[in-house]
Design a protein. Structure first.
Length: 136
């Protein structure tokens, strides 16, 4: 991952501006760790999302823009939960759901469904990203 983008991501995670959510890039005002990176991308690239706050799930479309879906069940390609290709390429991550110390960032954010990984705070995730950005 590009260091300058990792640094911006870490700053955003530690800023206190984001409420941590689970299961989606963003739902309402809650963001997962990957959703914060999408928001950093939006800000840095001056992208305006297509927002309709009356709809529940935030989705990243093919262009890296964001839009709400009427129903999370319509998400067939993981676009509600993982980085869109445009953000992945911009940030220089290896995967749409980067791995830290053998664990998916989304699992570290949410706590894994199997229970073997506990939920990490944004501060803990920022520490992991800062220490491991070269392998993301």
């Amino acid at each position: 991952m590009h260091k300058e983008i990792a640094d911006k991501w870490v700053i955003a995670l530690r800023s206190g501006r984001y409420e941590q959510g689970v299961g989606s890039l963003r739902i309402g005002g809650d963001y997962c760790v990957l959703g914060v990176l999408c928001d950093v991308h939006k800000t840095c690239c001056q992208i305006e999302p297509k927002d309709d706050a009356t709809l529940p799930a935030w989705r990243a479309n093919y262009a890296g823009m964001f839009e709400y879906l009427p129903d999370r069940s319509t998400d067939k390609d993981g676009a509600c939960a993982f980085l869109p290709d445009a953000v992945k390429q911009w940030a220089g991550t290896r995967k749409r759901n980067p791995v830290v110390n053998g664990e998916l960032l989304s699992d570290l954010n949410d706590g894994s469904t199997s229970g073997h990984v506990g939920k990490h705070t944004f501060e803990q995730l920022a520490d992991l990203i800062e220490a491991n950005y070269q392998t993301l």
